[in-house]
Design a protein around this ligand. Structure first.
Ligand code: ADP
Ligand code: MG
Length: 236
């Protein structure tokens, strides 16, 4: 067995797709910029979690991923760090709209993602804007107008802002759907589809879900192109 296969067996990682790269078993394996590695060491983490170890090398190849892993497995940094690297490579003007868009089901989750993005994105100079319902639109629109390269949003509020033509998705080249199963359970599928219709099809799409029912499989097959599927733990 190769070291990659031993790692996958030990951590119950299944990865299905074309030429799946070996997991990054250590942070040093990642080749992340030193400033990002510094933030990780500062947080006191000793090794990538299995979902990070297997999805990071795939994400850095600009490929689509559907990742199925339970809560608490470290999915947020699993997409945030590739997103920071994506932003550094693009160097788009944030005044022309976001480059990275993360969709999450609730305000609470969206603000948690923003907090993690601020913490780990400091060295990448990420300006993260968070858009969610249950709060006035004015301040959120003002923040958008100041320039936002990284937007975290709930589908309802983002779709409202889209319909007001106050956000431009032409630069979006990385789309993340976090807790996709929960977003569908909450009835956000129409808003998600309207949003995705405005994003250029030549993009990278990363989808995270805790469960894998047929509704989630359907939206994955509609939105992702030749994804690698990564499961942690038992495959249902
Ligand atoms: P999920 O989205 O899969 O539910 P989170 O991304 O919220 O999980 O991560 C759960 C917790 O684990 C967070 O407190 C996060 O900071 C922490 N964490 C993330 N990556 C690592 C790591 N490599 N080692 C230790 N802790 C980590
Ligand atoms: Mg999460």
């Amino acid at each position: 067995l190769s070291a990659a296969e031993v790692y996958r067996q030990k951590h119950e990682v299944t990865a299905t797709g074309d030429n799946v790269p070996a997991p990054f078993m250590t942070f040093e394996d990642t080749g992340f910029p030193p400033e990002i590695l510094h933030e990780i060491h500062f947080a006191g983490f000793s090794a990538p979690t299995p979902i990070q170890a297997q999805t990071w090398p795939i994400a850095l190849q600009n490929r689509d991923i559907v990742a199925i892993a339970k809560t608490g497995s470290g999915k947020t940094l699993g997409y945030l760090i590739p997103a920071f690297i994506h932003l550094r490579r693009r160097q788009n003007n944030p005044l022309n709209g976001p480059t990275v868009l993360v969709l999450a089901p609730t305000r609470e989750l969206a603000t948690q993602i923003q907090d993690e993005a601020v913490k780990f994105g400091r060295s990448s100079r990420v300006s993260c804007t968070c858009l969610y319902g249950g709060a006035p639109k004015g301040p959120q629109l003002k923040e958008l107008d100041r320039g936002a390269d990284f937007v975290v949003a709930t589908p309802g509020r983002l779709n409202d802002i889209l319909e007001m033509k106050r956000i431009d998705f032409r630069q979006v080249s990385l789309l993340v759907l976090d807790e996709a199963d929960r977003m569908l359970d909450m009835g956000f599928e129409p808003q998600i589809r309207k949003i995705v219709n405005e994003i250029p099809p030549r993009r990278q799409t990363l989808m995270y879900t805790a469960t894998w029912p047929k509704e989630v499989r359907k939206i994955a097959s509609d939105l992702l192109v030749n994804p690698v599927q990564v499961n942690i733990g038992s495959v249902d």
